[in-house]
Design a protein around this ligand. Structure first.
Ligand code: GYE
Length: 336
């Protein structure tokens, strides 16, 4: 269990179960090994992994980077880490550089879904397996990547919507802060949430705009929501991540409304600051999305290097936290 500290029992609702989504396992051994005949590499050769990260836009991302770096160090992996500073073109350049360096495996957290076909083909031609972590891409041929390790973002959106429907008896005037345009979690979290809204005629989304997964942008966009003609009617804010919700909470308060009371706030991630806000009473609910993907990522990379088959989709399961469940102890036990 990745989030349970050894020797320290946690409440049942904190115990996250990591499940390997046993979906269609593809024969990956051939694509995943540069050895003739698919033989595993010599055991004493240090594994070289190139990892392209999106940037540092949120608390989630910072925790994700740390998890991956820590795990690489623990396992003695030579990690070539590249921070794209929020620019997908830098990610494509990083992948090309990893190909040139002939790394053993490439891992990437792709900023948006589109724009990966060509560079993934280049990696495939070079015989370098690519693992998608955190976010999915849209490509013509899914043999261009070995597996996708990450959360079910549609389900997260549904969970946020369901929480709001339950809380309000299906009546809410909603403002939505979307994540980065074109990013898998933005598209999917919107979709899942809208599915639930569509089932409740009393729930309407009156505002929806991107806050780019950033706290400052979330605040700025929410200020505009509050100033708009619909502003005074808004009774709920749904943010695609905690950071934007935390920015929005400031904007709601500045507009003279009580966040958590006059305007219910629900978001996704479950970072420590969100738990603090739930304790303070300004955030109502966070849907967990676990960033601690390092152990799972390197387990998968090592399996690929051994020539083993891995599932095409590796899923993490996560919980939903309502502020009524949150205590100082819950906050203290959060690892991110
Ligand atoms: O929710 C957000 C981050 O891709 C799941 O990206 C990730 C999202 C996460 O910046 O906080």
């Amino acid at each position: 269990m990745r989030r349970c500290r050894p020797g320290r029992p946690l409440p049942a609702f904190l115990r996250a179960t990591v499940i390997a989504g046993a979906l269609s396992a593809l024969a990956l051994a051939v694509a995943c090994s540069k050895q003739p005949g698919g033989d595993a590499p010599p055991a004493n050769k240090r594994l070289v992994v190139g990892f392209s990260q999106i940037g540092a836009e949120s608390g989630w991302r910072t925790a994700n980077t740390k998890s991956i770096k820590d795990e690489a160090e623990k396992r003695g992996v030579d990690l070539r880490f590249s921070d794209a500073q929020g620019d997908q073109e830098n990610q494509v350049r990083a992948l090309r550089s990893f190909i040139q360096q002939q790394v053993d495996v490439i891992a990437v957290a792709p900023k948006t879904e589109e724009g990966w076909q060509e560079v993934l083909e280049e990696a495939q031609r070079a015989g370098i397996p690519v693992i998608l972590t955190d976010r999915l891409v849209r490509v013509d041929d899914d043999s261009l990547y070995v597996t996708f390790i990450g959360s079910d973002f549609v389900e997260e959106g549904r969970r946020a919507g369901q929480w709001l429907a339950d809380q309000t008896g299906g009546t809410a005037v909603i403002a939505e802060l979307q994540g980065t345009p074109g990013a898998a979690p933005t598209i999917d979290r919107k979709k899942g949430f809208e599915e639930i809204v569509a089932r409740h005629p009393g729930m309407t989304i009156v505002k929806s705009q991107s806050g780019n997964f950033e706290r400052s942008k979330g605040k700025e966009v929410c200020e505009a929501f509050m100033r708009s003609p619909e502003g005074p009617q808004i009774t709920a804010l749904y943010a695609h991540n905690d950071d934007m919700a935390l920015g929005a909470i400031q904007a709601i308060a500045a507009a003279g409304r009580r966040p958590g009371e006059d305007v219910l706030v629900v978001s996704i991630d479950g970072v420590r600051d969100a738990f603090q806000a739930m304790l303070d009473g300004t955030l109502n609910c966070t849907v967990e999305c676990n960033p601690l993907l390092g152990p799972q990522l390197f387990d998968t990379i090592e399996a690929v290097r051994r020539g083993e088959r891995v599932p095409k989709r590796i899923l993490t399961t996560e919980g939903v936290y309502d502020r009524s469940q949150v205590t100082a102890e819950t906050l203290a036990s959060r690892q991110y």
